[in-house]
Design a protein around this ligand. Structure first.
Ligand SMILES: *Cc1c(COP(=O)(O)O)cnc(C)c1O
Length: 947
């Protein structure tokens, strides 16, 4: 298909002109300010010649939006979802249309950034607090985080948590033989690198003898069986270790909460709360913990604090646990999580409420129980006595035949072995599904009353979701308004520019987003037969091929479902390579001081020791220090992880020399590709010295940030590392099943959002992508040129140019005037902007990445706001404004400013540029960060708190 000539549609503008903000005239004007004649001349000067590639990328000719839509419909049509009863942690669910259209498909939710600026993120923070409250209630533990990447990785995180929190507990980590098979394998992949022994054991008769460092029980089990976990939990506690229970939120509406039964940690997936199957992801994994373990939680945690006027306000809590602060001592490497999907699942609970969820669970349970009774009555042996939604049937020698017969009816059953099939019911199963099942088994449905199959002693008696928010929005009108009220509190790309350094908040085009809702993409189970997933197979093959082409590597795996997971996968590939060469002692990972926090955290997870390399005066890696380090570690050097262009936003001249130095000392070069928006079409890390890179499709390749996830972090390698790429025991391609093990629960990770990046590449073509990079670099240099005299640009690379982002140095201004980066960031809100990245990678600075998608008018609006703020700072410096109380220290201002008796001019505070009918009003004043950590509250506060 990519080779078909594209016939230009009359009158339709090429997609590249929709994606790139500045038009020809604007580009000419910006070039003049930066001092170049053409984009080519700019890129020739900016990108060091040694890494510059002159070849045109070999990609299919750009398609129009209409052509790409037709091709994607054809690909979706080549997938046959049917009704899945495969189970294994993925279940049919109905996304309520009001939530699908007004969350999943609504840019005010999906184009939001991670809520690091809490004042302009109160809507999604409230939604995430609902998620935490929902998980905490259903699992019976007090504190839940704001999502993990999937159930398998949540279980792996629980293993490391158990080790951290009970350091005296020794011995293997014991995993229930009835745990999800992919969970067992993800845990094994992680454990291997950290030298933790994993023992898989049948826990139905209790815990095996001997020491344990932690235990994971699946409740209900993969087979459907529900075994009372109390005996195993108690035995685990007696041995001084933590008990982890992997569970299912829908089952927990009917069976007792693991927390009530003594569990220390509960993990799982919230997929079946309204999130489409998506061929395996993205879905929000979850984790809740008992009191005392909060500070060990991985990932983001939303908490309640107060704002400057004393009102409750939400923010991210206990950030000192996280990779961006704690680096190699962080609780995990998680950065991007699954916010959009967590919001969707939480809203599903808000809309249905406890009664509605219980009714859905009862419906699913009844359908399963009736089917079991009917098959039993027809002479089959049902192997599972007590179950919620899943049971196994003995079909001696007939499993393949029955699974095939069901498939002919478009119902997917699970083949357990040659003599057993399993059936897992979900919200989408109905009377037609029952008929198809009976046809497949060759019997007629029997109307027998099902026996009671929920275990007596485990029927749920504790309450859940009693908070008002889960008991209010029953009508669609009320739900719609609640969703709208929350998203209206937030600042996302649908309002204006989000100039965040390192995060590439570019356009997420509607034509890229629409296809993910096509049933062929949305409703496919990850373990559906390969023959029913032909569309995804082609889509993945295209995308992996295109990503290999643009990066200059030989092989790509799109399995990792975030940048952090791509890093881990890449480092595990390096580890596998060294081990295969007999270099068992190579375990040192060099990381420049300016690196992103995930790098150090990932290296630790890959079993490596982090050694920091200094930065030179100009921000580049200090080559003298590097030389000293590679020599000191000549015998144990595993790798260097280096971001290119660096997190300082500069193309460093020394990158090829750096690669040679590391290679000549036996190390591998990991090029963190999060900044690939500065290279795409102009330089290829696989050709200038990298052995492995990850890309962030949620940065460079247009997957929206979703308010903090989902993401996709493909890992790309040169041929010698290809044997060590992630595998998956249930991979649709047979040759990708055995090997290093899975890094995500599903074979293709977050497959459901890959159509977005596919569409982007397909519609831009080689020329469009190359041009986008040049315009992104132009925009950053334009902002740098306009703002330098007001806020000095900290680092510049080759020929005094920056790459795709620039760091504005505020330290001198702060020292002179007392105005902080915080004051500037919060004041920008009054001007109608999201703040740039604050204090990363250098404390006291702001990092701006405008991207190619912002047009010149928006870039100018931003520059003018910054210049106006600089003038305000001067008023503080000269004493014209009171240093303690002024529009900067008071920012951001809510509409309540009219009641707040400000000691400065009200109009200046709220309308710094004069009246603006489209003004964004933040819902809260500046939030007290420290208060929230001192008074940790991580579930919905009672309504009286807001009185
Ligand atoms: C964003 C980023 C990462 C991490 O990616 P996630 O998807 O958030 O895990 C790693 N390195 C750099 C330089 C980044 O900017």
């Amino acid at each position: 298909m990519p080779d078909q000539p594209s016939i230009p549609t009359l009158g339709a503008r090429a997609f590249v002109d929709r994606h790139i903000g500045p038009d020809e005239t604007a580009i000419a004007e910006m070039l003049k300010v930066v001092g170049f004649d053409s984009l080519e001349a700019l890129m020739d000067a900016a990108v060091p010649g040694r890494i510059r590639s002159s070849e045109v990328l070999s990609l299919p000719e750009a398609a129009s939006e209409a052509e790409a839509a037709a091709e994607l419909r054809a690909l979706a049509g080549a997938n046959v979802p049917g009704t899945s009863l495969i189970g294994l942690g993925y279940h049919g669910t109905i996304t309520p249309p009001v939530i699908r259209r007004n969350v999943l498909e609504d840019p005010s939710w999906y184009t939001a950034y991670t809520p690091y600026q809490p004042e302009i993120s109160q809507g999604r923070l409230e939604a995430l607090l609902n998620f935490q409250t929902m998980v905490a209630d259903l699992t019976g533990l007090p504190t839940a985080n704001a999502s993990l990447l999937d159930e398998g990785t949540a279980a792996a995180e629980a293993m490391t948590l158990a080790r951290r929190a009970a350091p005296k507990a020794n011995g293997p980590f014991v995993v229930d033989a009835d745990a999800l098979p992919q969970t067992i394998e993800v845990v094994r992949t992680r454990a291997e690198a950290m030298s933790i022994e994993v023992v898989v054991a049948d826990l139905s008769d209790g815990l095996p003898d001997g020491d344990v460092c932690g235990v994971l029980v699946q409740y209900p089990g993969t087979s459907g069986r529900i075994v009372d976990p109390r005996a195993v939990i108690e035995a685990t506690h007696e041995r001084g270790a933590l008990a982890v229970v992997a569970s299912d939120l829908l089952a927990l509406t009917l069976i007792e909460a693991p927390g009530t039964l003594g569990a220390d940690v509960v993990v799982g997936s919230s997929q079946r709360f309204g999130v489409p199957l998506f061929y395996g992801g993205p879905h929000a994994g979850f984790m809740s913990v008992r009191a005392g373990l909060e500070r060990h939680l991985p990932g983001r945690l939303v908490g309640v604090s107060v704002d400057a006027s004393g009102r409750p306000a939400y923010r991210l809590s206990l950030q000192t646990r996280e990779q961006h602060i704690r680096r190699d001592r962080a609780t995990s490497n998680i950065c991007t999580a699954q916010v959009l999907l967590a919001v969707t699942a939480a809203m599903y609970a808000v809309y249905h409420g406890p009664d509605g969820l219980r009714a859905i669970a009862r419906g699913v349970h009844e359908l399963a129980a009736r089917t079991a009774a009917s098959l039993q009555n027809a002479g089959f042996t049902v192997r599972t006595d007590t179950f919620f939604d899943t049971f196994e049937v003995a079909v001696p020698g007939r499993a393949d035949e029955i699974v095939a017969a069901a498939r002919a009816e478009e119902v997917h059953l699970r083949r357990v072995d040659a003599d057993t099939v399993a059936l897992s019911f979900g919200e989408t199963a109905d009377a037609a599904t029952l008929r198809a099942i009976h046809t497949a088994f060759g019997v007629t449905p029997q109307a027998v009353e099902p026996a009671r199959v929920l275990p007596e002693g485990l029927v749920r008696t504790t309450e859940y979701l009693t908070h008002e928010v889960f008991n209010t929005h029953r009508s669609e009108t009320s739900m719609l308004r609640y969703l709208r009220r929350l998203s209206a509190r937030d600042y996302a790309l649908d309002r204006g520019m989000i100039p965040l350094g390192s995060c590439t908040m570019k356009l997420n085009a509607t034509s890229e987003m629409e296809p993910i809702s096509l049933p062929g993409f949305a409703d496919l189970h990850p373990f559906a037969p390969a023959a029913d997933a032909g569309g995804y197979a082609r889509l993945v093959a295209d995308l992996e091929g295109w990503l290999a082409e643009v990066t200059g590597y030989d092989r790509v795996s799109i399995q990792p479902n975030a940048g952090s997971q791509g890093e881990l996968a890449g480092l595990l590939a390096i580890r596998g390579y060294h081990l295969a060469n007999g270099d068992t002692h190579r375990d040192v990972c060099l990381i420049p001081s300016s690196a992103h926090g995930t790098n150090a955290a990932s290296a630790v997870m890959a079993g490596m020791k982090v050694v920091v390399v200094k930065s030179a005066e100009d921000g580049s890696v200090d080559l003298d220090d590097l030389r000293a380090q590679v020599e000191a570690h000549a015998s144990d050097l595993a790798a260097i992880m280096v971001t290119y262009p660096s997190t300082h936003g500069a193309y460093e001249d020394t990158i090829t020399e750096l690669c040679e130095l590391v290679h000549s000392h036996g190390g591998q070069v990991y090029v963190d590709g999060a900044n690939f928006n500065a290279l795409l079409g102009h330089a290829r890390p696989g050709k200038f010295g990298g052995d492995v890179s990850h890309l962030n499709l949620h940065k460079t390749f247009c997957i929206p940030h979703g308010g903090g996830g989902p993401g996709v972090g493909p890992v790309a390698v040169r041929e010698h590392l290809a044997p060590y790429l992630p595998t998956h025991p249930m991979h649709p391609e047979a040759d990708r099943r055995a090997g290093i093990g899975p890094i995500s629960a599903a074979p293709y990770g977050s497959a459901g959002i890959l159509p977005i990046s596919w569409a982007y590449v397909r519609m831009m073509g080689a020329e469009g992508l190359t041009r986008a990079t040049a315009v992104a670099v132009l925009a950053a240099n334009y902002v740098a040129a306009r703002l330098d005299e007001h806020f000095p640009v900290l680092y510049r690379g080759h020929n005094g140019l920056v790459a795709h982002e620039c760091i504005l140095d505020v330290r001198g201004i702060s020292k002179e005037t007392g105005v902080s980066v915080d004051d500037i960031a919060k004041r920008l809100i009054d001007y109608g902007f999201h703040a740039p990245t604050m204090s990363f990678p250098v404390a006291g600075t702001l990092m701006v990445e405008p991207t190619e998608s912002e047009d010149l008018a928006e870039l100018d609006r931003f520059c003018e706001a910054m210049i106006a703020i600089r003038a305000e700072i001067t008023k503080v410096a000269t004493g014209e404004w009171n240093a303690e109380a002024n529009p900067l220290t008071g920012a951001p201002h809510t509409a309540d400013a009219i009641n707040q008796d400000l000691p400065y001019d009200l109009a200046t505070a709220v309308f710094p540029n004069g009246f603006d009918p489209d003004k964004y009003w933040p819902p809260v004043n500046r939030i007290d960060q420290a208060y929230g950590d001192r008074n940790l509250v991580c579930s919905c506060p009672p309504p009286e708190a807001f009185a």
